[in-house]
Ligand binder design. Structure first.
Ligand SMILES: Nc1nc2c(ncn2[C@@H]2O[C@H](COP(=O)(O)OP(=O)(O)OP(=O)(O)O)[C@@H](O)[C@H]2O)c(=O)[nH]1
Ligand SMILES: [Mg+2]
Length: 528
């Protein structure tokens, strides 16, 4: 097949939202429609029930939340879909933001009973900054939901994005009967399947069909007809270009857990979402048809407990990938042979011989890769996509059993490579205990849990009083040693850049006041 044809059939997207809105559940149902899983798992699964495909990590199963993003590649119709399920919890937002660099579109899931929540708003902002088209899935209509017009209004007032409802819910809570597809002008009445594990049966009818009227309580039917007339009257134009520009979001209603409206969304999404688009390297556009290039956006070790190995996830930006090809790593100028390439399906994987722009592939083994590395056939290409984060919590990680020092060190090195937390060192100290920095304290918990379960290494956390970190540099080359406010300390990040830890916001202002020849930044200076 021609490369352009392969690229045109690829759709690479992330599912994002506030915790618990139903991302993992929706992911599971999308897989069901893609024929990739026969029986969709349930996030509420208890011990002896099955778990979902994408929350495979032990801690995720225990807590019923997503901790780490998951990559799933599958085929549906003629499309090759790369789907990335992300964690909603704010403590894991570094991972989510990295994933957003690897996709061409996002599906934003909203709990229709709760409306837009804080974390959705933050993630939406990131998508907007990246100019990613956003599709909205209003979920949990099987529970009492806010009025659909109110939800659309919220998209506009809170997020500032115009919306176009592709379908409209027929009732909510116990009266939720299905959705009306505005384009085909047909009603989709759903039948409940036990636990929503199978593909839902669907009856397609005209809205004026007596059976539709009969299926709904009279006042709800009236309301739906009135809403629809209002929407048609408002007559907002639907143009694919405005969706691609991130100015308009197509909205779908449904219930992921019950399989309502999932396929309608998937089909429309595939039709409307863009295939891989060009990206920028050193100010120059690289088209998807150019020779092979891509970047590492995620590294994960021990996905398969049987093989202690490491997977580096690469988003292919351009060209065709072939197993065993040799490419340049722009960061260190070294040529590497990409031998052990895998198609990823959560923790499962299979050997992959070829892949195209848009695909997310896994390279397994101890390669010298770091998150953010560009791999390219043409030397000099460099993608600077991965954002840096300012940690807000800091703690020392002690090793309580010196006999297990090697395990502790190896485990920690690996987990730091994955970016589970950031690491710093303090100046003016003889203590050799790693100082960790995280966006949220759950990151420390995951690190300790994984050290223990994957490396049999215990650890002890010692919290610190710092709450702010700033990168530091001289504004004036003649500057002498800075003077520090009480409680602040100097240190270095993993690239040896100078940083300073502060206990309070106030002490940052005080520092700047006292040291006019120095300047600070919330992100490393070279990445500004
Ligand atoms: N009633 C109802 N519950 C749902 C629906 N979809 C998901 N849920 C439930 O909502 C809870 C959270 O679902 P998840 O899919 O884990 O949510 P998530 O967005 O992936 O959560 P995080 O990844 O932890 O941010 C689970 O208990 C689901 O069973 C739905 O359509 N209706
Ligand atoms: Mg999840």
């Amino acid at each position: 097949m021609l490369i352009s044809k392969e690229i045109a059939r690829r759709r690479t997207f992330a599912i994002i939202s506030h915790p618990d809105a139903g991302k993992t559940t929706l992911t599971e149902k999308l897989l069901l429609y893609g024929g990739a899983v026969q029986l969709a798992g349930s996030v509420t699964a208890r011990k002896n029930q099955r778990a979902t495909t994408s929350d495979w990590m032990e801690l995720e199963k225990q807590r019923g939340i997503s901790i780490s993003s998951t990559v799933l590649q599958f085929f549906y119709d003629d499309f090759c879909i790369n789907l990335l399920d992300t964690p909603g919890h704010k403590d894991f937002s570094e991972d989510t933001y990295r994933v957003l660099t690897a996709v061409d579109a996002a599906v934003m899931v909203i709990d229709a009973g709760k409306g837009i929540q804080i974390q959705t708003r933050k993630l939406f902002e990131v998508c907007r900054r990246r100019g990613i088209p956003i599709f909205t899935f209003m979920n949990k209509l099987d529970r009492p939901a806010r009025a659909p017009l109110e939800l659309l209004d919220e998209l506009e007032t809170v997020l500032g994005i115009k919306s176009f409802p592709m379908n409209w819910p027929l009732g909510d809570g116990p009266h939720f009967k299905g959705v009306y597809d505005r384009l085909t002008q047909q009603v989709h009445l759903f039948e409940k399947t036990p636990g929503g594990v199978y593909r839902a049966a669907v009856k397609v009818k005209d809205i004026h069909d007596p059976s539709v009227k009969d299926a709904l309580p009279f006042n709800i039917y009236e309301q739906v007809v009135e809403d629809l007339a209002l929407l048609d009257g408002a007559g907002a134009d639907f143009k694919k270009e405005t969706v691609w520009a991130g100015e308009l979001t197509p909205v779908f209603f449904g219930s992921a857990a019950n399989n309502f409206g999932v396929q309608l969304m998937l089909d429309k999404f595939l039709e409307l979402a863009p295939a891989p688009l060009p990206r920028i390297s050193n100010g120059v556009e690289v088209t998807p048809e150019a020779p092979f290039s891509g970047f590492v956006f995620k590294i994960q070790g021990n996905m398969n407990p049987k093989h202690r190995d490491r997977v580096s996830f690469i988003r292919i930006v351009s060209g065709k990938f072939e197993r065993d090809m040799s490419v340049w790593n722009t960061r260190n100028g070294k040529l590497v042979r990409l031998s052990n390439s895998q198609r990823m399906f959560a923790r499962e994987r299979e050997t992959l011989d070829a892949a195209w722009a848009g695909d997310v592939i896994g390279i397994v083994g101890n390669y010298d890769f770091e998150i953010g590395d560009t791999l390219t056939e043409v030397p000099g290409i460099k993608y600077e996509e991965i954002p840096r984060f300012t940690p807000e919590c800091f703690a020392f990680l002690h090793n309580p059993s010196p006999a297990k020092f090697k395990r502790f060190r190896d485990g920690l090195d690996q987990l730091l490579k994955e970016g589970v937390t950031q690491v710093f060192e303090l100046l003016d100290t003889t203590q050799r205990v790693p100082l960790l920095g995280a966006v949220g304290p759950l990151q420390f918990e995951v690190l300790r849990y994984r050290l223990e379960t994957e490396y049999s290494a215990e650890s002890r956390l010692e919290e610190t009083r710092w709450e702010f970190l700033r990168w530091l540099r001289k504004r004036d080359l003649a500057a002498t040693e800075p003077s520090l406010p009480t409680g602040a300390a100097l240190g270095k990040d993993s690239t040896s850049a100078n940083v300073i830890f502060f206990p309070t916001k106030w002490s940052i202002d005080f520092f700047l006041d006292q040291n006019p020849k120095w300047e600070v930044s919330e992100t490393p200076f070279e990445s500004l």
